[in-house]
Structures are given as C-alpha cells and as structure tokens.
Design a protein around this ligand. Structure first.
Ligand code: BG6
Length: 481
C-alpha cells in the first residue's frame, strides 16, 4: 500500500486524568464521581452493563477504604508523568491527548479561587509534552465531575454549570493557548445520556431522570459552544473540537423495521450530539423525540449561542460495533462501550464482549465526512486484555498489534476514499484503570504497568511488543501496516 496518511498526520495516544493521575487527595484536589466507583467482579465482565451511582453510593464512599476505589490511585501519573511522556516520545507520538481535572483547578467550584498548585502541575505537564515534540490535545472534562457538582447543583442540569465551566475553560485557554492547539471541551459528550453519572454528574436515583439527563446534555452543548466562541474570538490558532463515543450499529437484518430501528438508535445516540456541535442546531429528529417524550429544553433561548459556537473538527472514539433490531426477544446481546447491542455473527469479541470490527471504522469515517465535511479525529481506539509479564519482562501482545494494524488499514482506506482525517489517538498507550469496570486488569497499553486490581505492585513500566510495532508504524507514517 502506498502511504496515504498525510505527512503531518497526528499519530499518538490518549489518556484521562481520572484513570491515570491517581493522587486523588493531593494538592487540594476534591473528590470526584470516578473516585466513588468500585471495581466490578471479573466474573461479571461479559455481562456487565453499566455501573450505576446513587447518592447513597457517594455517601458510603466518603468514609470507605480508599483502596477499594481504583480510580483514586490510577497509575500515579500525577507523579510519573515525566518518565511516562518520555516513553510516548520514544514511540514517536506526534499527539498526546490528556485531560485536566476540574476537581484540581476549582476543587470547590469557586471560580474566583483557582488552585495554584494544580495549575503549576498542569503547566509542567503541558511543557513536558511540548518539549517532547508532541502536540498536546487537551480534554477539559473527561468523566470526572467533582462530587461538588452533585452536592451544590444536583448535576449538570443546573444552568449555573454553564458559567462555571466557561470560567474554567477561559482560564485554561488564556494560560495555554500558545502551547495547545487542539482543544476538546467534553470527552464523549453523549455519555450525558449513555452514562450520565460520569458524563454530567446526574446520579441514577434522580427524579425525572431522562429529562434531567437531556437538560444536562443541553447545558454541556451551550457551555461547549461558549468555549468554542471564546477561543475563536481570542485565539484563532486554537482548533476546537467535539466528540462522541460512537456507538456504531448495523440493522440486525434486512427487515425494513430493523433498518428503521437502527436509524433511530443512531440518531438519538450519536448524531444529535455531533449535529448540535458541528451544525449549531438540533436536528429535526431530536426535536421530534423531545416533543414525543415531553422533554423540555430551552432550545430557542440558546439557539444563537449554539450557532455561534460550531467546532473546527469532529472527533469520535471507536472500539467496536453492534446490531440493533426492532424486536430483540430471543437475540443474544453483547457488550459495548457505554452501550450494549446485539451480537453480530461475523465478528469476534474481546473478553469484555466488545465486537471487533475494523471495517466499521472505514464505514463510519466515510459517513462522518459525508455528513459534517469537517476534518475528523479518531480520538480513541484500542483493545483491552488481561495480560501478564513474561519471563523476558514483556508481553507478546500480537492481538493488539493486529487490532492496531487492521484499524489503521481501515482508516487509511477511508482516507483513500477521500475523507479528511487529521489524527489517530490510541486509547491508553500505557495501562490504566478501566473507565467502565474500574479494573487494572483491562489493559490497553503498549506499556505494561506492574500493578494489580488491588493496587499492589511496583508500578514499574515495561515495553510490550506492541510498543515497537506502533513505533515502526509512526516512523514509516503508516506505510507498513
Ligand atoms: C471511552 C472513554 O469511553 O472508552 C475512556 O473515553 C475509556 O475513558 C475507554 O477508558 C475504554 O473503556 P473502558 O471501560 O474499557 O475503560
């Protein structure tokens, strides 16, 4: 295959603060939602749907043993970032996606009092990434809402969250605009509907749950649009993006009813979120859905803000695909990222039941380019596996190398089809705590971290075989796949 990836294509990787940093109570950081999510029982992996978090869970976690909450200790990236970033540099990363924690910068959400210790940490982190020759891509909110949001405001459905987030983002844009080009206000913004406790701090025992979830999503759209506009007005070099967890789905059969069910699923799970942020208005089908479900949102009141804050690029995470049917009785269901679907007999799945589908990435990328006509960014892609170090102190992870190559081949084909893609960030280039199951055992990395599910281990880092494979892929600009 000839090289199709543009010369400056942003090969790299992505992590999040709440799965990597640890140091949950260091330098004034406040407690966050992921800090109160326990590890799931590994026996339930394949059937695990989605964690739920209630007010009781939050109360219980405050006095429970902190070691039972893996995201509190992460992989200690807060203290190891310098060495970890050197390893990314060694692989030749051109982009490093990381997130900043609101719970560090404004621990109690008092916007007049930023936490200088936290800012000093992020100053050095950003400098370290830049000095390593990588583009930093920053996510301002990656599944780590401070508990203070629930306690003071109930959740993101409270309008005050818009101003708080805007102040937080302005502070960071003013501080880092000349060092960071790529900005993403919210990780997988459709989590506001798919996993609201982590996306928008709406706990599962809230009354009028569905309406509050959509109100929270709407407030995040408005907040993101204001941030995009502020950046465009003040720092035109900054490239502002949006992102969903793309729940790629196919109709279960050629029965038109299955096709229709699949379209509807796609509209309200994925497209609404990207449409609002890239076109600046809600699509007709979302308006119809809200009317049908008696969901009230101040759409008219906020319409000009949404229209003025449209993004420069469109991003998505892509791990797997699933099937959707009109009638699901008797059809086996499989797992997926944030959303479960039906099993596709043509695909193999991971230990967590996620169905591996490289061709789906090509299909999706074409659809996204056709629909939005904006540069695309693959913000996450990867495979989680249970792994152990072998005697040579490495992991012979051929399955990960295969997954990587196949997905990059599919992406390359999408580029040859004519799609404009600017980057590809592997999820979890260094092993970290799983978002969905809070396990250390679900490893995505090219770098192995010596730590188990209980947090025991030296935390030493070891290069897996895939480390060298990705390095070579980047060196050759994706020519040898
Ligand atoms: C994405 C998240 O949804 O999927 C990441 O943005 C997450 O934070 C990734 O880690 C993989 O999911 P999991 O549950 O395997 O960690």
């Amino acid at each position: 295959m000839r090289s199709t990836f543009p010369k400056d294509f942003l090969f790299g990787g992505a992590i999040s603060a709440c799965q990597a940093e640890g140091a949950w109570n260091v330098d004034g950081r406040s407690l966050t939602i992921p800090d109160v999510v326990k590890k799931i029982d590994p026996a339930k992996r394949k059937t695990f749907l989605q964690a739920t978090i209630t007010k009781n869970d939050v109360e219980e976690a405050k006095t429970a043993n902190w070691k039972d909450y893996p995201k509190r200790w992460g992989i200690d990236f807060y203290h190891t970032y310098k060495e970890d970033i050197q390893l990314m540099k060694e692989m030749g990363f051109r982009v490093f996606r990381f997130s900043i924690a609101l719970a560090r910068v404004f621990p109690d959400l008092h916007i007049e009092k930023p936490n200088e210790k936290a800012l000093a940490y992020y100053d050095d982190l950003v400098d370290t990434i830049v000095q390593a020759g990588m583009q930093p891509l920053v996510t301002l909110s990656h599944f780590d809402p401070p508990i203070a949001i629930c306690e003071k405001y109930g959740g993101w459905y409270h309008r005050d969250m818009i101003d708080i987030f805007e102040s937080y983002a302005r502070l960071l844009l003013d501080r880092y605009h000349d060092k960071i080009k790529y900005w993403l206000p919210f990780n997988e913004i459709n989590a506001a509907i798919l996993a609201p406790f982590k996306g928008s701090a709406v706990l599962n025992d809230e009354e009028n749950y569905e309406e509050k979830c959509w109100q929270a999503a709407h407030n995040q759209f408005v907040a993101a649009a204001k941030v995009v506009k502020y950046a465009h007005d003040n720092y035109p070099n900054c490239q502002m993006g949006c992102m969903v967890a793309y729940c790629q789905s196919y109709p279960y059969s050629c029965d038109p009813l299955d096709v229709l069910a699949n379209d509807k699923f796609d509209q309200m799970t994925n497209l609404t979120f990207l449409d609002v942020q890239s076109k600046g208005k809600y699509p007709y089908f979302a308006l119809h859905y809200f009317k049908e479900h008696s969901i009230y949102l101040p759409i008219e009141q906020d319409s000009s803000i949404l229209l003025q804050g449209t993004v420069d690029w469109v991003g998505y995470s892509y791990y797997q695909s699933m099937l959707t049917a009109d009638h699901t009785e008797g059809i086996s269901s499989g797992n997926g990222n944030l959303k479960n679907g039906l099993v596709n007999p043509y695909l193999k799945s991971t230990e967590w039941g996620w169905q591996i589908d490289p061709v789906g990435l090509r299909i999706l990328t074409n659809r996204m380019y056709d629909r939005y006509q904006k540069p695309l960014f693959i913000l996450e892609n990867g495979i989680g596996k249970v792994e152990q170090l072998n005697e040579e102190k490495t992991v012979n992870d051929t399955y990960r190398i295969d997954y990587l190559r196949q997905h990059l081949k599919a992406l390359k084909q999408a580029i040859e089809d004519g799609c404009e893609v600017i980057g590809y960030a592997w999820w979890g280039p260094i092993d970290l705590i799983s978002s969905g199951t809070s396990e250390m055992s679900k490893r995505y990395g090219f770098i192995y971290v010596d730590q188990d599910d209980e947090g025991n281990g030296t935390k030493e880092r070891f290069k897996k075989e895939s480390f060298y494979a990705y390095k070579e892929i980047i060196e050759t600009n994706g020519e040898n796949l």
